[in-house]
Design a binder for this molecule. Structure first.
Ligand SMILES: NC(=O)c1ccc[n+]([C@@H]2O[C@H](COP(=O)([O-])OP(=O)(O)OC[C@H]3O[C@@H](n4cnc5c(N)ncnc54)[C@H](OP(=O)(O)O)[C@@H]3O)[C@@H](O)[C@H]2O)c1
Length: 346
């Protein structure tokens, strides 16, 4: 496999985001030849996917089933949407066990309950945390009161990732010496995030105030920032657990207009952006394979790294330590302390 260097050790790239984006979308690297049924198998394994009822999450579930996954848990905030998605997959893969578990990333209680259910599974091999949002208007989480993109894309994803790690690192029943797999989903947009609130102490509260000029540009900035935090989260967690126990990486699915991700955009923008989306967009199937590449095919060399355009990409360490300290203060639950203690190297 190419890219033996991790993201943090790669020299920073000085290309503009536009250059990187057009390269990735217009002239992407080819999909690796090893990504096909027959070359890779996840037989006997159990996988969980958040945002599993729709878009790239759902597609990656279908692909994992095509690689022989035995049990798939679709985490869905709406059980009826989850059941609908599961029924279609079950038709295609009648032998697999496909479950729908409710998960609302706006609620810490829901996440803690979900993690408890995962801990009771006989085994958990793969977790792909795909659920994410891009709001145009300013919205707060109805439960925590925090700005919703920061809540769902970063803080709640962080809570679930931390709580799943002890379960992922457990020895598998077969005794097979395979590490657990945790793949977080970021975006190429993470690379252009601006930490305009970065001088605030602490980092989180200023993000929750509705800016005086909250508009589409502010919304896009907040989204980019939330995904940049996901990159940092993946890197920081990777320092706490050995890749022999669980491989943690972060993936950019690339610009994939065929999902419901952009449904909040104003109609006029959708109409104008349509031809561009057709020209530059990646198919949902290709984006799903990118998840599978990160969560299954890539090995320990990808631990803590950011996969974009089928290769490991560089990113910097700015703000990481400070953000981490504030994150664990926010997620001050007994099981978070236990999870951290249990994954820490002895
Ligand atoms: N599409 C792109 O161009 C693109 C590019 C870069 C990165 N990404 C990232 O890729 C991931 C998947 O995006 P997608 O294109 O597949 O989007 P999508 O079709 O909109 O799917 C998003 C999923 O997240 C779920 N979700 C949203 N809020 C939730 C909450 N509070 N609790 C639980 N689940 C929640 C949605 O559930 P509902 O169905 O109930 O809403 C849905 O299943 C996201 O993290 C996104 O940021 C996408």
């Amino acid at each position: 496999m190419s890219s033996p260097q991790s993201s943090i050790s790669l020299p920073p790239r000085h290309d503009t985001f536009l250059k990187i984006f057009t390269k990735h979308q217009l002239h992407p690297n080819p999909k690796p030849a090893y990504l096909k049924p027959g070359s890779i198998s996840v037989a006997h394994q159990t996988g969980v996917i958040t945002g599993g009822n729709a878009g790239i999450g759902l597609e990656s579930g279908r692909l994992l089933l095509s690689l022989g996954l035995s049990q798939l848990i679709l985490a869905a905030r709406s059980p009826s949407k989850g059941q609908e998605a599961a029924a279609a997959l079950q038709k295609q893969y009648p032998k697999a066990k496909i479950d729908v578990w409710q998960l609302d990333l706006n609620s810490y209680d829901s996440i803690r309950e979900f993690a408890r259910k995962c801990a009771a599974l006989p085994r958990l091999d793969i977790a792909i945390l795909s659920a994410g949002i891009m709001n145009v208007g300013y919205k707060t989480s109805p439960v925590t009161g925090r700005e919703e993109m920061l809540q769902v894309n970063y803080l709640s994803t962080a809570l679930l990732a931390i709580l799943l790690l002890p379960t992922l690192k457990r020895e598998k029943p077969s005794g097979a010496n395979t590490p657990g797999r945790l793949t977080l989903v970021a975006s190429g947009a993470a690379l252009i995030a601006e930490f305009s609130e970065g001088n605030g102490t602490p980092l989180h509260p200023p993000f929750d105030k509705q800016g005086e000029r909250w508009n589409m540009s502010a919304a896009k900035k907040r989204y980019d920032l939330s995904k940049s935090m996901v990159l940092m989260l993946g890197y920081t967690l990777s320092k706490m657990i050995k890749p022999d126990e669980t491989v943690i990486n972060i993936v950019d699915p690339s610009f994939t207009p065929g999902t419901s991700f952009f449904h909040n955009l104003p109609l006029l923008i959708k109409i104008f952006a349509y031809p561009l989306a057709m020209l530059l967009g990646t198919s949902t199937n290709s984006a799903g394979w990118r998840y599978v590449d990160a969560a299954v095919a890539r090995g320990k060399e990808s631990h803590g790294s950011f996969l974009s355009d089928w290769e490991i990409n560089p990113y910097g360490k700015q703000f990481m330590d400070r953000l981490w300290n504030e994150t664990v203060n926010e997620l001050d639950f007994p099981e978070v302390r236990e999870a951290m203690e249990s994954i820490r190297e002895k």
